[in-house]
Ligand binder design. Sequence first.
Ligand SMILES: [Zn+2]
Ligand SMILES: [Zn+2]
Length: 336
Amino acid sequence: MLGKNPLGCEAREGAAAGRAVESKMLRGRRMFLDRGWTPPTPYAGIWDRAGVLKVSAENGRMTDAAFYGKLADLHSHTRLCGHAEGEPRDLARRAKDLGLGVLGISEHCPMPSGFDRLRLAEERLPDYLAMVEDARRAFPTLPIRLGIEAEYCRGEAESVRRFLEKADWDHVIGSVHYLGKWNFDDPKEIPAWKALSDLRATWQAYFDLWKEAARTRLYDTLGHPDLVKKFGFVPEGSCEAMFEDALRAVAEAGCCIEINTAGLRKPVKEIYPSAAFLKIARRMEIPITFGSDAHAPSEVGANFREAVALARACGYTESARFEKRKRTMWPLPEKE
Ligand SMILES: [Zn+2]
Ligand SMILES: [Zn+2]
């Protein structure tokens, strides 16, 4: 049976509801009876006072709109980087369908010659800006943030700084994809990973760069914090001292770190960063952002339930988002 609450939300069939959900439903029923509304029978769902359906009776989980509405996916790519599909308008359509609170587009920034071409070409920056504007016009009720995923490479901070002056960004994600000239996260480099004699030294080199990235204060959040684990080459023994040292620099810089779900789609099959890393970040009160790192519209908001569960398990209760580089904090959804 279908029904509508006073604000027009649809109620769903309640047959599959478990006992715990039923007791919550009774509380919900009372709430609406207080407001002079008689729910349909069987009553099926819990709404908050703003009229947002929070828990569907089917499985006791928050519905997609109630869950995603509290979240910002700040990290996504477009066809302009040459290795992703879709335009901002396509990403926005997916975000809108999910009910995502905020969508951030964050194309790979241009870099000087000698780097890969898997990024926005500088002469196409006007196209990028126009495409984001086009998406904003097409989906006026969805807040769409203009972001950029900016590289950190030793010796290139000035060129990144100059590029960042060319647009009025909402947020800048700082990422390390290179150790020197080695693009260590390219799948073509797996044989090179296999040949490494000292994994721990490679990880340390990565986190040394990551610390430097934080210290530049060029970035609002640092992307996929332990990207170095992407192919599953992880040093034996604890890395906590290494993480602590890296995160201290982030805390001092007042920067956020990103919970990035792309790791689940890579050989390591784990969110970036690990729980061990995130617990230290929480202890240091480093704020988090969320990013799917979508390279196709279907990946927008991907695995955000797992991301929120990880954040909560590590003690987080809120996440950050940005507008014109000004940070605001927002509570996490109450349930995954
Ligand atoms: Zn990246
Ligand atoms: Zn990315």
